[in-house]
Design a protein around this ligand. Sequence first.
Ligand SMILES: C[S@@+](CC[C@H](N)C(=O)[O-])C[C@H]1O[C@@H](n2cnc3c(N)ncnc32)[C@H](O)[C@@H]1O
Length: 225
Amino acid sequence: MAEYVVEFGRDGRAGEADGRLDAPAFHRNHQAIRAVLVQFLAGKSGDAIEVGSGTGQHVVDLAHHLPDITWWPSDLNETHLQSIEAWRAYSKLANIRAPLRIDLSDPCWCPEMDGGHGPGELVAVFCANVIHIAPWRVAEGLFAGAGRYLHGGGLVFLYGPFKRGGKHTAPSNAAFDSSLREGNPEWGVRDVEAVQELATKAGLSLLEIAEMPANNLTLVFSRTG
Ligand SMILES: C[S@@+](CC[C@H](N)C(=O)[O-])C[C@H]1O[C@@H](n2cnc3c(N)ncnc32)[C@H](O)[C@@H]1O
């Protein structure tokens, strides 16, 4: 069954002295995730936000392989924000900005952009393993904000487990879904179609459904207009 972590570093696994935390899942999934983003973003420049960055390991990997993009990681958890900042410093990559505090349940989740102190119009929003470990309003906020902050043709990459046509794609995902809902009735593996409906409302269309290892998907959406 898939594992999930709400707060990294709480499982007794010691992080590094500088605050860098390690997500075991990162080592299993980052290459496949990166391959999808590189397919769509190679050669592009501009600002991209990662929401729910967790430890910060994905943003370092993406910034390394997509150097023309300026990456803005974010989270709402204080320990995660410290880990992201520690990974940013450790990486010494010039194209990663300091982490933003973003709560996706607020549809206007990037006041820095509105105030001109953050990224400019976005080329991409990347979100991995968040919307099933959060209430549905987080998915709603994700797309409302993406529709607002992405430029025309900008992309959303949404990685995680999903149902298709209301059905689980594997027994392990069904068991994972039950364990999530037992822990919190507002959580759970989401339907591709329900997510697509949110995207459509926000002016985004589904470009691709990439099959990923371990019965996960990456949904790629593009902002029309
Ligand atoms: C399972 S972790 C995934 C972390 C990282 N994306 C990865 O794949 O390794 C879920 C992350 O979502 C963040 N999160 C939960 N609710 C959120 C919200 N309302 N807004 C933004 N981030 C949230 C958590 O703090 C956590 O860092």
